[in-house]
Design a protein around this ligand. Structure first.
Ligand code: UDP
Ligand code: MG
Length: 320
């Protein structure tokens, strides 16, 4: 196979304003690192602006650029999966389209990879410029909570910005799940993974495509994908409540035997309501997993490509 030294994979959703600067900077960084022997893969994740038109124009002027147009918005993690699946490079750099992750760090990341003989060099956010306090706080809490809930060691404060070796990427691509939390899946594959601290910049243009709802969904995928702690919690809670209700039963029996029964409407109601609420909660928890199992069993392709502009060198291993 015609394998370039480097693939840069970039998922894009409504990033038209960022694309020209992105292409220039990524292209310069890739050229500085490996010369012409690279490919840049842009995935248009069903953007509603004219990202695809801009991509096609850029692809026409750069034979190293591959633009992929997904059939609709599949979400960041699936768009990224599509790009990774279609990449061919011996090394693969994953980077956001909004230039929050400086492409110029590529050289240093490659050096760290070579020096430490690593398969994954993942960028850890030291500072996050231009992001709201809310975003930073929820992210900080999320990563720490995830760390406590999961057995897989998922690095703290790490996004998808990372450099991977081909064998690490192939290992990653062998994971077929639908609900994808990529930074967790990459941690799961193992090999030698080393952190690379950096300061996250502000968005070059546009605004975040990760509103609270999407963040919450990602968090749910992360927790359910990497932990059965909520299920365990459900069964523990069930066990404790069984104990409590047995004590209650003794109390009720004593009341009945001593002939002082009838009152107690309040306590009956309290118990009924409380148990009802707990049951709903536990059922909901089970439903979360059941729902995800349903989605997995359907075995749908992860993404669908509508158009391609430029030479695709990678072999699609997933999806189709
Ligand atoms: N993105 C995507 N599909 C989506 C949402 C986001 O491909 O449905 C891309 C987006 O273009 C960017 C990256 O995912 O390259 C990260 O998104 P964003 O910068 O909006 O997230 P934030 O940095 O605010 O967490
Ligand atoms: Mg961003």
């Amino acid at each position: 196979m015609d394998r370039p030294a480097l693939s840069v994979v970039i998922p894009c959703y409504n990033e038209a304003a960022c694309l020209p600067a992105l292409h220039a900077r990524v292209s310069a960084a890739a050229r500085a690192a490996v010369g012409d022997d690279h490919e840049i893969i842009l995935i248009n994740d069903g953007s509603r602006d004219d990202s695809w038109a801009v991509m096609q124009r850029l692809a026409a002027g750069d034979p190293r650029l591959v633009a992929i147009n997904l059939s609709r918005n599949h979400g960041h993690q699936l768009a990224l999966t599509a790009g990774l699946d279609l990449s061919a490079g011996a090394q693969i750099l994953i980077i956001d389209a909004d230039l929050q992750d400086p492409p110029e760090l590529l050289g240093d990341m490659r050096r760290v990879m070579a020096e430490q003989d690593a398969d994954v060099v993942y960028a850890v956010r030291r500072k996050r410029a231009g992001e709201t306090l809310f975003k930073k706080a929820t992210a900080a809490i999320f990563y720490r909570l995830l760390d406590r809930l999961t057995d897989t060691e998922i690095p703290l404060d790490t996004g998808d910005f990372r450099l991977m070796s081909r064998r690490a990427l192939d290992a990653f691509l062998s994971l077929p799940e639908q609900a994808r939390f990529i930074r967790g899946m990459v941690a799961w594959i193992g090999f030698r993974q080393v952190p690379f601290p950096y300061d996250r910049a502000e968005r070059a243009a546009g605004e975040t495509n990760y509103p609270f709802g999407k963040m919450l969904r990602l968090a749910f995928d992360a927790v359910t994908g990497f932990s059965t702690a909520p299920l365990r919690f459900a069964s523990h809670a069930g066990l404790i409540l069984t104990g409590v209700s047995m004590l209650l039963f003794v109390y009720i029996a004593i009341g009945w035997l001593s002939g002082s029964a009838v009152q107690g409407w309040t306590s009956t109601m309290a118990v009924t309501v409380f148990l009802g609420a707990v049951q709903m909660f536990v059922l909901g928890m089970i439903g979360e997993y059941l729902g995800r199992m349903y989605v997995e069993v359907k075995r749908r392709p992860l993404y669908l490509v509508a158009d391609v502009a430029g030479p695709v060198k990678g072999r699609a291993t997933l999806g189709f």
